[in-house]
Design a protein around this ligand. Structure first.
Ligand code: COI
Length: 365
């Protein structure tokens, strides 16, 4: 793959070293942004053009821009990790690039090549590499969270695919997604709201899916939960995913199961990596339908010994309980989440260059 060439318009007002260091010491999640952003424009006539890295700042959008009315938008989540020797790497970016193209097709947006997707991240990091935090221990999951996104910017109120589109990458230093770090998170079961329906956009990473999850996410937080679990729209029976991450169930006989991919489930890069790493750990991965009854009964009987959420932002986070309108579903025996912790360590060691990259999952930035 050749590298796309990006023009540079340097920031005239970058954060001072002391300000940046202060942010990197406790970045939280999604609150602070680096000095620059990458941008590429697309028009029906000219295709992708105008590759640039420019100062981070507000966008100028016409009030009639299609994205503001019809939500023609897609995004990605991917991280940059600093290794002990100071080098900066990202993880399986071609998987995100491929998913971004899948999302683009579903939202009738133009497809972006691997070259432009990975090239835009490299071009941004060439300027903002100092914003990648240095982990303080093997348990520290600090990183630079990258958010590529594409919007329909054409000024037009008719409903049809936009003929003018803009793609950006912004970057935000990040600590753990959940405030409690790897403390087990409580999940709320959404019994009324659905995230996605067959034939819809559930498999695409588009803003609309997340907008549709917010009322349920509010219910979750009103009930003291950090995330919401969705059941399928057709039968209200099959576990799909959480508001922003996939789910895994660990069984006492060594099986580890996650809902099989359908067009209502987002194919997580972390989910796919966990399936591979689990096999390396001697576990038996399964991708299959998992019902809410299996969750209830497996938890009560002790067949299910651990449950965890996974995603780029969440990494691997144990699930403590599922809170439902009828009361909580908890595991029969208190779990030490040994499998989740083991897989999490394996994944982080790989991402931070502390173990051999035997699958060639790392790309240097
Ligand atoms: C990610 O994991 O990258 C996501 O986009 C999910 C969101 C909850 C931050």
């Amino acid at each position: 793959m050749s590298t796309a060439s990006f023009d540079l318009l340097p920031s005239t007002n970058p954060a001072a070293d002391a300000v940046r260091d202060n942010i990197l010491a406790a970045p939280g999640f999604g609150q602070h942004f680096t000095d620059h952003m990458a941008h590429v424009r697309w028009t029906l006539d000219a295709g992708w053009h105008g590759h640039e890295v420019r100062p981070y700042g507000p966008l100028t959008l016409d009030p009639a821009a299609a994205v503001l009315h019809y939500a023609q938008e897609i995004f990605e989540g991917i991280k940059a990790y600093r290794h002990a020797d100071g080098s900066v790497w990202t993880f399986r970016p071609e998987k995100n690039a491929e998913r971004f193209r899948r999302s683009a097709r579903r939202l009738a947006l133009p497809e972006l090549s691997d070259e432009d997707f990975i090239g835009s991240i490299k071009a941004l990091l060439a300027q903002d590499h100092a914003w990648v935090p240095t982990p303080q221990s093997a348990a520290d999951e600090c990183s630079l969270y990258l958010r590529p996104f594409m919007i329909a910017s054409e000024k037009f109120l008719g409903v049809r695919p936009a003929r003018e589109v803009d793609y950006y990458v912004i970057a935000s230093p990040a600590a753990a997604y959940f405030k409690g770090g790897i403390e087990p998170v409580s999940i709320w079961l959404s019994q009324h709201y659905k995230r996605a329906a067959p034939g819809g956009t559930g498999f695409a990473k588009c803003g609309g899916n997340y907008a549709a999850s917010l009322a349920a996410q509010k219910e979750a937080s009103d009930n003291g939960c950090g995330q919401v679990a969705f059941l399928d729209a057709a039968e209200n029976k099959w576990i799909e995913e959480l508001g922003g991450m996939n789910l895994f169930f660990v069984y006492k006989d060594g099986r580890i199961a996650t809902p099989r991919l359908t067009d209502t489930i987002l194919e997580g890069v972390t989910r796919d990596s966990v399936l591979t790493l689990a096999k390396d750990e001697g576990l038996t991965p399964e991708e299959r339908p998992i019902s809410i009854d299996e969750w209830r009964e497996g938890a009560a009987s002790g067949e299910i010994t651990e449950i965890f959420a996974c995603g780029t932002a969440a990494v691997i986070t144990p699930v403590g309980e599922l809170v439902t309108e009828e009361g909580p579903i908890r595991l029969a025996a208190k779990s030490d989440n040994e499998v989740a912790k083991r897989l999490r360590t394996k994944l982080l060691d790989l991402q931070y260059g502390r173990s051999e990259d035997k699958y060639g999952w790392l790309t240097r930035l």
